[in-house]
Design a protein around this ligand. Structure first.
Ligand SMILES: [Cu+2]
Length: 284
């Protein structure tokens, strides 16, 4: 009897011991499975390579006949034969974007953003855009001025942008550009011109019967801009001032006078001439 009890208890102890081993093995197996799962997940994520990003620095330059513009001197002659000078240029770029080789557009500014450029304010003449996906880009695109949807009155509350307002009764919103200068009139006198572009008006006599949104989209081909991760590339957007006045329409200050904000015909030919005003170069 005693023996049986002993035997039983030995068997019992042995059973408990095996159970403990199995339990330990299970726990180890669980740990191994967890480890395998973690390693698998890490592997999965590391297979998807993170997109490398580079940056681009964009500088604006204004030129006349291929040379940097010189201000406040009657030193230029346009296609119409007007002798003229440039005093200052203030203008807006919106919807700036890069176009990649698959025609996919990468936006360089928010839809509610505008880049104000002013030849008297050096800090407005360049900007750096970060976090551009690595790749080859074939064109730079932007809107000259504002689209109808974004040209909203009172969107700028502070100068200098707010100084660009376009009078409400002429269509509101903002000037796309103020290109101010002087030309020598037929009497040989210096006369100021405000070559201002924005919303045009269609008149029936004195009454305005319609508005014209004169903005245009610019697409500037580049010879393959490479954005390389953690590196900065340099682009220059050039405004070739003389081209506002020459092709396809010869713009004559004597014909249009000093103020054109209420002359849609003058603004229309300026906008048509705008097709080859801009140029982009890679600054190596
Ligand atoms: Cu104006």
């Amino acid at each position: 009897m005693v023996e049986t009890v002993c035997l039983f208890s030995t068997k019992f102890v042995g059973f408990v011991y095996i159970e403990q081993i199995i339990s330990k093995l299970m726990k180890s197996l669980e740990k191994i499975l967890l480890l395998v799962a973690v390693v698998f997940m890490i592997g999965l994520f590391s297979c998807k390579k993170p997109v490398k990003e580079g940056s681009v620095n964009i500088r604006i330059t204004h030129t006349v006949d291929g040379q940097p513009a010189v201000y406040n001197q009657i030193n230029y002659i346009n296609a119409a034969g007007n002798q003229y000078q440039i005093s200052e240029i203030q203008w807006f770029i919106t919807e700036l974007a890069l176009l990649d080789e698959a025609n996919k557009s990468f936006s360089l500014m928010g839809t509610d953003e505008a880049w104000y450029i002013d030849t008297d304010l050096e800090e407005t003449m360049q900007r750096t855009i970060l976090a551009i996906p690595e790749g080859n880009y074939k064109a730079l695109e932007f809107v000259f001025g504002f689209t109808e949807e974004t040209n909203l009155s009172n969107r700028f509350v502070n100068p200098p942008e707010s100084f660009m307002f376009w009078p409400e009764h002429m269509g509101g919103g903002y000037h796309y550009m103020k290109l101010n200068g002087k030309w020598l009139n037929p009497q040989g006198q210096k006369e100021p011109f405000n070559f201002h572009l924005g919303i045009g008006q269609i008149y029936d006599g004195e009454e305005i019967i319609d508005f014209v949104h004169n903005y245009f989209k610019v697409s500037l081909p580049m010879s393959d801009l490479k954005i390389i991760g953690e590196k900065s590339s340099n682009l220059v957007i050039e405004m070739q001032i003389e081209n506002w006045f020459q092709s396809p329409n010869v713009y004559d200050h004597n014909e249009w006078g000093g103020a054109i904000m209420q002359k849609q015909d003058a603004m229309r030919i300026a906008i048509e001439n705008g097709h080859d005003v801009f140029n982009v170069m890679e600054d190596l």
